[in-house]
Each structure stands twice: as C-alpha cells, then as structure tokens.
Design a protein. Structure first.
Length: 293
C-alpha cells in the first residue's frame, strides 16, 4: 500500500486548498504523527485525522497560514509549505529522522474553471518567490451629473478612482497624486497640486475649501474624493485637465506614510486618514512623506 500511496496529495478548490498527507510520509513504513506536521509559515495544525487510512488532512483558505501568491499573465499561483518536524525520541542523544519541508502549489487559470489534481512533492528546501506584478485596469471617473453642462465656482466635484481586477488577491486603492493643468499632462504649466505627498489631499488645506476623501470607502478597491471647483487665476480658459497617479497595495497591508488617503480636518486643524492610524498623516503637514525603505 505504501508503494502506491501518494505521500502528499493536494486539492486546489475554489477558495481553499486541501492537503492530505499519508503518515508513511517517507515510504519506509515508519509512520509520522499528526502533531509533527504543520502547514505554512503560520504552522497551521491539521483539520482531520483518518486512522483507518493513516492520513492527516489540512484544509486552509488560499490566503491563510502564511501562503504567498504569484500573479502571472495566465495564472494565479498560491504557494505554501508542509513542514515535518520530528518530535524528540525517548533518548535525546540520538535522532532517527530528519525534518523536511515540502513545497505546495496551487495553480489557478485566470480565465478558466478551477481544476484540481495530486502532486508529488520534491524534497528541495522551500524558498518563497516574489509576487509578479499584475496588469490592472485603473479608472478615474467624475461622478457628478453635471459633467456635460459644466460647473460653476462654488460647486463640488466628486471623483471616483477604481481598479478592476479578476485576481483572488484583495487590493486597496490609493490616489498617490493629482495635478490640475490647463493642457494635458501633469508636467504642464501652470499646474496646481490637488493631492500630493503620497495621498495627502492638499487642496483641503487651502482656505475656505471642503475638499476631502469620502469615508468610508464603498469598497477597498474604490476611493472617492471631493474637491471644490476652481479655475486658474487670470486665465480665461474654463477647461481644466486633472491627471492622477493611482496605485494599489494588498488589502491586508496596513496603510503607511507612502500608502494612505489623508484629508485635512479644518475644525480640528489636523490631518486624518480614511483608514489607518493618524500618525501616517503627520508627514502631510511637513510636505515630505519620504520614500519606501
């Protein structure tokens, strides 16, 4: 039986992976115990034990137990690892088995149905891979109904930034910067910064404006902000171009000074984030939020 038994079988289901481990892990007749096995860097314990078949089963969500994801043009690849850590024997002076780390992968086609199958593990040491960048569809839309009839000074514009992705990875969207100009392109002159310093809505710091990010977000991958209508002094043109730089982080990543959405609260004379702790907005007042380490 141990000859035909696959030592580790993996089922890649829609929202989770199921790893079934035969206790005769090395095919030598020596059974490992369930307590000596764990899944992922978070060392998740087994969810099921089948004494009749001598199997140990782990069930975990695709994002659980410290798994990583790599995004390719065609696939989403979730990676985790099965760890065997033998417990010390009755005599601590000698060891009869070695620890082992077995890489586990689940591949999901980005446009097809999920399929599952068994894999044979290799005994190579596990090493994590950096996630590849996914091509994302960003959009910036004017939400006001008056878009085709024009705006007057005193009106408020509502803009919605959004990212479209079919990825399994939940994303949080940020507006890094927005610049208003009289001709296309953020480098045109004259220009006026609406959002700057990695997500500080600096227009809200100006006198007599109510410009701010809308909180709470409709979704993590959507961010809305409102700005008071303005025009450039001494210029008769009424057409203004707004160029914004959008970016995303994994939704589970905590906002920080480089990834944030901060508005200025005039009543309290302080900056406040849409989410995260207030300290991430302190750099807005300094006008320098540094760069990622």
């Amino acid at each position: 039986q141990s000859q035909s038994q696959v030592p580790v079988a993996v089922q890649c289901q829609e929202a989770q992976l199921v790893v079934t481990v035969h206790r005769d892990l090395f095919g030598n007749g020596r059974l490992v115990s369930a307590a000596e096995l764990s899944l992922g860097p978070a060392a998740c314990k087994h969810s099921r034990l089948d004494p009749s078949r001598n199997t140990v089963t782990f069930s975990a969500g695709l994002h659980e137990c410290g798994s990583t994801v790599q995004i390719t043009p065609d696939s989403l690849i979730y990676r985790t690892l099965l760890t065997y850590q033998p417990s010390p024997g009755s005599n601590p002076v000698i060891e009869r088995s070695s620890p082992a780390v077995i890489p586990i992968e689940c591949h999901y086609p980005r446009r097809d149905n999920v399929s599952s199958g068994a894999i044979r593990p290799t005994w190579a040491p596990f090493s994590s891979a950096l996630a590849a960048e996914e091509k994302l569809l960003f959009s910036l839309r004017l939400m006001n109904g008056a878009a085709f009839t024009g705006f007057r000074l005193g009106d408020v514009l509502t803009l919605q930034a959004e990212v479209g992705t079919r990825s399994h990875v939940p994303l949080r969207l940020f507006v890094d910067s927005c610049v208003a100009t009289l001709s296309p392109g953020a480098e045109a002159s004259p220009h006026y910064a609406i959002i700057d310093f990695n997500g500080c809505l600096v227009d809200g710091r100006s006198d007599a404006t109510s410009s701010a990010f809308v909180t709470p977000r409709p979704r993590q991958d959507v961010l809305r902000f409102q700005i008071d209508v303005f025009r450039f002094s001494g210029d008769p043109r009424n057409l203004i171009y707004i160029t914004c730089h959008l970016k995303v982080t994994p939704a589970e990543q905590s906002p920080d000074p480089q990834n944030k959405a901060c508005s200025f609260n005039k009543a309290r004379n302080t900056w406040a984030p849409v989410e995260g702790t207030r300290d991430i907005c302190r750099c807005c007042e300094l006008g320098n939020c540094g760069s990622p380490a």
